[in-house]
Design a protein around this ligand. Structure first.
Ligand SMILES: Nc1ncnc2c1ncn2[C@@H]1O[C@H](COP(=O)(O)OP(=O)(O)OP(=O)(O)O)[C@@H](O)[C@H]1O
Length: 270
């Protein structure tokens, strides 16, 4: 094998596996090239984070991922002065580091963050692409390599936590959902190492459980849970036990709902 062929294989191995479900990879590349921010919408565990890490690696950009929560403030993203050995030193937060390095910054579940976060995001997400750091007096201009990607799960939305139109309309948006059965079977096989023939029934069961969303379940089974289930089976756990542990128990704490889900599993798996 030639040197360049070896390098191509090594590069390929460094890129986290992601199987496209539509034209999302192409859209991401265009957004990156035109310096446009991106919003990913979709249920938990459907591949959004994997997609972003795949694309960042493919484009050769470092990636900073932040899981947002309701205590996350603008300072957690931009940075703060900290005491170090008697001195006060400025420490960049992940967003500032991403801007300085020209990296991809991924804010997962951005709606969870405190309101002051949007103040920081607004000048970064229009054509100015600026990050003002009031504390240090700096005004950073994002280089071409910087890209902001945010995600949220519309299923968890409530009025108080919805993104304001003035924030939403600064982003391109791509909707994600669980992959089609054939693609999901291939993904779970690749991730778990279990043969596809043994995964197809699990994917069918996931479909049946997803159909119950909104009735007794807040969320359907994620692709992530399917990977966990297949991993347990491959590791030697009996399928019935793996299904209960990975596909039923994480969905509900209600004994009646759990019993109903187990019946659905019995029927779906024949
Ligand atoms: N299209 C895909 N290609 C490869 N792997 C996938 C794909 N979709 C889902 N997966 C698998 O599902 C797992 C969960 O996906 P991921 O962590 O990206 O979900 P998410 O949508 O970011 O969830 P959350 O919103 O909870 O952060 C991944 O670790 C991967 O194993």
């Amino acid at each position: 094998m030639t040197r360049s062929a070896l390098k191509a294989v090594a590069d390929e191995l460094d890129i986290p596996y992601y199987r496209p479900v539509g034209d999302e990879c192409e859209l991401f590349e265009h957004a990156f090239r035109h310096r446009l921010p991106l919003l990913l919408k979709g249920p938990t565990g459907c591949g959004k984070t994997r997609f972003v890490s795949h694309m960042a690696a493919k484009l050769g950009r470092p990636l900073y991922t932040v899981s947002c929560h309701d205590d996350l403030t603008a300072a957690d993203l931009t940075g703060r002065y900290l005491l170090k050995g008697g001195d006060t030193v400025w420490v960049d937060g992940p967003l500032t580091r991403a801007v300085r390095e020209g990296a991809v910054c991924y804010l997962d579940e951005v709606v969870e963050a405190r309101k002051d976060v949007t103040v920081v995001l607004h000048p970064l997400t229009d054509d100015r692409r600026l990050l003002p750091l009031e504390r240090t007096g700096e005004l950073l201009e994002a280089p071409d390599g910087f890209m902001l990607v945010v995600s949220y799960n519309p299923g968890y939305q409530n009025v108080l936590k919805a993104l304001k139109p003035s924030t939403r309309q600064r982003f391109l948006a791509i909707e994600f959902d669980f992959p089609e059965p054939e693609a999901e079977t291939a993904i779970v096989a690749r991730e778990s190492g279990l043969p596809e023939g043994r995964i197809a029934p699990l994917v069918r069961l996931a479909g049946a459980l997803r159909d119950l969303k909104g009735q007794d379940l807040e969320e359907g089974v994620s692709t992530r849970l399917l990977v966990y289930c297949a991993t347990l089976i491959r590791s030697g756990i009996k399928p019935e036990r793996a299904i209960r542990t990975a596909l039923i128990e994480p969905l509900t704490d209600d004994a009646d709902v759990r019993a109903a889900l187990l019946r659905v599993a019995d029927i779906a798996l024949g």
